[in-house]
Design a binder for this molecule. Structure first.
Ligand code: OOB
Length: 548
């Protein structure tokens, strides 16, 4: 990173580590970076496909012209509420049309959305607001039994910069979303080489990292993804995963479909009941799922083939799809499988529709770009022989060079020459296709939800009866993995239920609460005295096997 100059900085480090000048020049010359701000894809859609359906949410629908005009008014409304270019705004909404409107409005006025998930709670949202020094927060009133307004009240003290809280629904003392409706303003176009938004990293550290993406780099990944997936104005895409996740947003997701002039149908939840009905009603031809949801769909499909008649492509990614499940997608769901292996930090791989079947079923695809540099290396960062397994590191035209304000962490997560250490263990076939074999990051991939072990351990250590703790993955037939916490109690062991209640009271997202707790007298150590997590993973896997 020696050649780069941070655009601005704080005590924690640079907001954003730009690509070195020679790389930026190369990416521009190759036509990847075109100097266009992201929101212009909606503007272009309104010019080219004005009367076509852009967005469907329940019984509500918007054409491209309507959505674009609405976004102009919401942007002006946000400006009226004090949001300006460069401000960060944490957006935490379920899959509703207002999410799409708010995102585009923020992009249009040059403010930076920070993408939170609906499952996040006070601990996470408070941290995002504080760390990003957010000016705004956009939430729903209530959703899935949770009152987000109460959460907003609870974090106010921690988030000193937060002045504008917008609520979709019953706003109480906050600003109702409907008030974001003002005569469109002339807004200066954001520069495409500046930050567009902050995505969240699955992470492996005590606190989630934020991922700064520029208009240029993200737009390229969206455009190239739409091309690889053959999207066009006839595409009808069902967004069943959380819309804020990188997969649903841009691989090719909501942005890719709107870029191509197609229609986005928002699903309130990914269950077969909800989604099959929407597929039938809207003639959906493509959707994106994590493996556990794909499995649930495959279970439900045989009795409901008629509803799925329009479906042509099912993308699966976020965690590893077993070869065995991949084999059955075609026959059970009557559509083509596309595997997607991506990360919010950048690199996205797709199997291609014209790939031989064994690659579609047995690999996680190959990179988007000819300029994605992917290396498989050993512990000393030396390339392993072709075909062998190693650490996957990567750099390229849409992979970040550093996290937001995280200099210390960046030195570990990136090589000196700017490769991002993905933490994935993979091997590469001569065709360039990657097979994800495992992981060397301290993370649990719980059906696509990423849980950083250290973050959960820190919460558990705050409990007075917890002396020491190690959180590891345990195998699970449905989610792939779940979390198991090995706890050394201080004195008498508390009840597991009490530990879980404690986690929830700390305001932690539900998917981070341990699925299982094992009390132990001590934690096994490696030769150098670190906790031996491999031994713990093997111990819990053996125990589960013995009781299966
Ligand atoms: C996607 O993004 P993130 O940021 O939530 O998680 C990235 C990590 C990867 O490093 C890898 O460990 C895992 O998720 N992963 C997969 C996978 N797809 C992601 N592991 C095995 N097989 C796959 N197909 O998860 C994401 C972002 C964009 C598109 C798709 C997924």
């Amino acid at each position: 990173m020696s050649t780069s100059t941070p655009t601005s900085s704080s005590a924690e480090g640079a907001d954003f580590t730009p690509w070195p000048a020679e790389f930026a020049a190369r990416y521009r010359a190759a036509g990847y970076w075109r100097g266009e701000p992201l929101d212009s894809l909606l503007r272009a859609g309104a010019d080219r496909h004005a009367g076509r359906t852009a967005l469907v949410c329940g019984e509500r629908r918007w054409t491209y012209a309507e959505l674009d005009a609405r976004v102009d008014r919401v942007a002006a409304g946000l400006v009226g509420q004090g949001i300006a270019a460069g401000d960060r705004v944490v957006v935490q909404l379920p899959n509703i049309a207002e999410f799409v409107m708010v995102i585009f409005a923020l992009l249009r006025l040059g403010a930076l959305p920070v993408f939170a998930l609906p499952a996040h709670r006070r601990a996470e949202i408070g941290y995002f607001c504080a760390f990003a020094e957010a000016k705004g927060l956009v939430i729903r009133d209530r959703h899935a039994g949770f009152d987000y307004r109460q959460m907003a009240r609870d974090i106010r003290d921690e988030a000193a910069t937060l002045s504008t809280v917008v609520v979709v629904g019953e706003a109480e003392e906050f600003i109702p979303f409907e008030r974001l409706d003002a005569e469109p303003l002339p807004l200066p176009e954001p520069k495409a080489d500046t930050l567009a938004f902050l995505q969240l990293s699955g992470g492996s550290t005590g606190r989630p990292k934020m991922i700064p993406r520029t208009h240029d780099d993200y737009f390229y990944s969206v455009r190239a993804s739409a091309e690889i997936c053959g999207l066009g104005p006839d595409t009808v895409f069902l967004c069943a995963l959380p819309a804020a996740h990188n997969f649903a947003m841009s691989s090719p997701g909501i942005l890719g479909v709107l870029y191509a002039g197609g229609s986005v149908v928002l699903a309130p939840d990914p269950s077969p009941d909800t989604c099959f009905a929407l597929i039938a009603r809207e003639r959906v031809d493509m959707t994106a799922l994590v493996p556990s949801v794909a499995l649930a769909w495959m279970e439900a499909a045989p009795a409901r083939q008629a509803e799925l008649a329009s479906l042509k492509v099912l993308q699966v990614g976020g965690s590893r799809l077993s070869d065995e499940a991949a084999q059955r997608v075609d026959s059970l769901l009557g559509c083509k499988l596309q595997q997607v292996f991506g990360m919010a930090e950048g690199l996205v791989n797709y199997t291609r529709f014209d790939d031989p079947q064994e690659l579609i079923v047995g690999t996680q695809g190959r990179p988007i770009s000819p300029d994605d540099e992917v290396r498989i290396v050993d512990d000393e960062d030396r390339d392993v022989p072709p075909g062998e397994t190693g650490h996957l590191i990567t750099r390229g035209p849409y992979t970040i060079r550093g996290y937001f304000r995280a200099d210390v962490h960046n030195a570990r997560s990136f090589t000196r020459d700017g490769f991002y250490r993905t933490g994935d263990v993979a091997r590469r076939l001569p065709s360039g296709h990657l097979i994800v074999e495992g992981r060397d990051k301290d993370q649990i991939n719980r059906g696509g939800d990423k849980v950083a072990a250290e973050e959960v351990e820190n919460h558990l250590l705050a409990h007075p009866a917890v002396l020491d703790v190690a959180v590891v993955a345990m195998p699970d037939a449905f989610l792939g993995e779940r979390t198991c916490a090995f706890i050394v109690p201080r004195g008498e062991a508390p009840r597991p239920l009490e530990i879980n209640r404690f986690m929830r009271e700390r305001g932690v997202a539900g998917y981070k609460v341990p699925d299982r707790i094992e009390f132990v007298d001590q934690l096994p150590k490696t030769g150098v005295g670190k906790i031996d997590k491999r031994a713990l993973r093997e111990r819990i896997a053996a125990r589960l096997q013995a009781t299966a």
